[in-house]
Design a protein around this ligand. Structure first.
Ligand code: PHE
Length: 335
């Protein structure tokens, strides 16, 4: 009897427990209701009375050994599991919020603008940021001495006094893409042209040396000023809601006649103010002449919108520099 208890004890200590499966196997073999430890206690009945105390003691000892082995192995296994995320980590601590990325407010605004114009039947075109004098100025009917050609506004990449037609500039607006489009495509044309533009301006809350525009061009037979205004009003309502407060006022651009600008009312703590968001007008016949489009047959309208202004208004940001500093605390507000 004592021998068989002894051999069970050895069996228990020799059993290797390395995995969850081993642990379960151990439990089934030794500790379960039909396991060897219970079987051992069943033999108690055949033990002579004078030995019962001694045998009982030995059996209890084996049971304790088995139970301890089981508890120890279980503990070890669960420790191993937690090692993968750091044994010292307190897994009961609350989880830190993890930030997902977000679209930049400029990207979101541009996306909305594109969607609106795609809906209105426009397609999307683009052109280079480095332009020559012809596309950026001359074809757009800028007189040779126009102030916009001046050093004060324009970043020149190449500048020649004798041959100004060889000048290369960082485009000051997206209107040169109109020229490129009309040179390669017969009307009807109905396109928007998003892109980055550059001006040699002081950096302030309201202006930056680089910003974004969306140019628009619609050329066909009998395009009217009424359609232009209708399109701009439609845009304002789709972008800012049907109760948006807007106004259209006369303006001047060399490449459109008549010309206008559109303002949107910006409600703020200081009582609010009008903010200009775009310039527009009917394509000047001189522009059609420069690109060989028949100005007797075709008319057209064009507009140029400031994406930055539109984004500031849309998201209630009051400083354009915010859009270019990429402060993570600001960007996180747009998730
Ligand atoms: N290019 C003009 C600007 O940058 C905007 C404009 C575009 C005006 C098209 C009229 C027509 O200010």
């Amino acid at each position: 009897m004592i021998e068989s208890i002894e051999s069970l004890k050895q069996e228990i200590t020799a059993f290797t427990i390395q995995t969850e499966e081993d642990l379960e196997e151990f439990r089934l073999q030794f500790l379960s209701r039909n396991g060897k430890v219970q079987d051992m206690f069943k033999m108690m009945g055949s033990v002579p009375n004078d030995q019962k105390a001694k045998v009982g003691k030995a059996m209890n000892e084996v049971k304790t050994i088995a139970q301890n082995r089981f508890d120890e192995a279980k503990e070890n296994l669960s420790e191993k599991k937690s090692v993968s995320f750091g044994a010292a980590d307190d897994i009961s601590l609350p989880v830190l919020p993890s930030y997902t990325g977000s679209l930049h407010p400029l990207t979101s605004a541009l996306k909305e603008m594109k969607q609106i114009f795609l809906r209105l039947g426009f397609n999307i075109a683009d052109g280079p940021e480095l332009e020559d004098d012809f596309h950026n100025f001359t074809a757009l009917n800028f007189p040779p001495d126009h102030p916009a050609r001046d050093m004060q506004d324009t970043f020149f990449v190449r500048r020649s006094e004798e041959r100004p037609q060889d000048n290369l500039v960082m485009r000051t607006h997206t209107s040169p893409v109109q020229i490129r489009l009309m040179k390669v495509k017969e009307p009807p044309i109905r396109s928007i042209m998003p892109g980055r533009v550059y001006r040699n301006e002081a950096v302030t809350a309201k202006s930056y040396f680089q910003f974004n525009q969306v140019e628009g061009l619609y050329v066909d037979e009998r395009v009217t000023l009424g359609e232009l205004i209708e399109t701009l009003v439609m845009f304002a309502k789709l972008m800012y809601g049907s109760d948006v407060k807007y106004r259209v006022r006369p303006s001047f651009f060399p490449f459109t006649e008549p010309s206008m600008e559109m303002d949107i009312w910006w409600d703020n703590e200081n009582g609010g103010q009008w903010l200009e968001i775009l310039g527009a007008g009917m394509v000047d016949p001189n522009v059609f002449d420069a690109v060989d489009v028949d100005s007797e047959k075709y008319t057209g309208f064009a507009f140029g919108m400031g994406v930055d202004r539109i984004a500031l208004l849309r998201y209630g940001i009051d400083d354009i520099r915010t859009l270019y500093e990429n402060d993570i605390r600001v960007l996180r507000q747009f998730t």
